[in-house]
Design a protein around this ligand. Sequence first.
Ligand SMILES: C[S@@+](CC[C@H](N)C(=O)[O-])C[C@H]1O[C@@H](n2cnc3c(N)ncnc32)[C@H](O)[C@@H]1O
Length: 258
Amino acid sequence: MPDHTLHTATHDIASADLADGSAAAATAHEHDVAAALTSHGHAAAQTAADPTTMPPEQFWNARYGESDQIWSGQPNPVLVREAARLTPTTALDLGCGEGADAIWLAGQGWQVTAVDISTTALDRGRAQADAVGVADRIDWQQHDLSETFASGSFGLVSAQFLQSPVALDRERILQNAVAAVAPNGCLVVVGHAEFPAALAEAHPEVELPSAAEVLASLRLPEGEWITEIVAEESREASGVHAGMGTLVDSVVVVRRRA
Ligand SMILES: C[S@@+](CC[C@H](N)C(=O)[O-])C[C@H]1O[C@@H](n2cnc3c(N)ncnc32)[C@H](O)[C@@H]1O
């Protein structure tokens, strides 16, 4: 059943969250809740309809079409932290957006399959990968992951803020993600568990699952997996959300037994 419960993405990275602690990365990969909600409004204006009923591809291409770049271009710090513990093999990035994670992984030696519903986002990722010389290490694939999935098995499967204000069968996608993990491989799922009060009040309809709920939704076969992390990780909102309060991410990392 489609999961319409997860909505706009916020992802401000405080420097404390960063694997390398660098100042440059301190504003990394900012997921702009305000912009996403604005986009929601724009979509409504364009269609004169409830934007949550928009076809997902249309919604996300419209969202990406609002500016030349909507994310920071920096990789997500939890992914950086977790991938650093692994030997690079093959990686699958689900909902890759403009490709910052995929490009970072490729730079670390991973052979990456990067998937998104938005051709606009994928084109940006492809262009950037070309510009930084990792084009040969990334296979960009367009899928509505609620419908189709990348083939193959992977040493790392990553879903970073794979959340949407429009139809997204996240549970099914994450179960497919589980199936795509190779023996001894890892699945890393990061999402929003709590918004700051102001955003939560503005969007009471938004349900944000805890890490434990995400883990349960994976329906991992008994005995075949090691649960490495199931945690809520807090960080102060920064960038455009500076001063808004604390964001809480759900972080789930599981490893398939060899
Ligand atoms: C909040 S963004 C996160 C992007 C990226 N993972 C990041 O951390 O910057 C969610 C991404 O999921 C993609 N997406 C939403 N619904 C999708 C679907 N049904 N199939 C594939 N990708 C989808 C959107 O296009 C968007 O790029």
